[in-house]
Design a protein around this ligand. Structure first.
Ligand SMILES: [Cu+2]
Length: 120
């Protein structure tokens, strides 16, 4: 029976590796007729967590935090020197204008919540 336990452990480990490091969530593009994207903050994930925006255009990210745990209370865009407190159950708007194409991560203060702004 011990092999079965080992096998289950291995499968679980692979699932965790896949979930945290390998899975690339589908990216969401900003709607053509809108300059904002809504992001839900709950259950340890930003939804969507991968957001595609064009360079040199202001974008407003509207964070709606549902997770009351302190882990979710800040969002940090380190590449843009932006950090903000997120109130529970209220939209918090962050507007920025990315100039360089590339991928920019945003996280909570503990880097457990993770998202990526993809500038194209
Ligand atoms: Cu956190």
């Amino acid at each position: 029976m011990i092999w079965l336990v080992n096998l289950l452990g291995l499968v679980l480990m692979l699932a965790i590796v896949w979930w945290f490091w390998l899975a690339k969530p589908a990216s969401v593009q900003r709607r053509a007729d809108s300059d904002s994207v809504d992001i839900l903050v709950d259950d340890g994930v930003y939804t969507p967590s991968r957001i595609e925006v064009p360079a040199n255009q202001p974008i407003t990210l509207r964070f709606l935090r549902k997770d009351p745990s302190p882990c979710a209370e800040q969002v940090i865009f380190s590449d843009f020197n932006i950090s903000a407190e997120l109130p529970v159950d209220q939209y918090k708007e962050i507007t920025l204008t990315p100039q360089e194409k590339g991928e920019y991560d945003f996280t909570c203060q503990m880097q457990m919540y993770r998202g990526t702004l993809v500038v194209t």
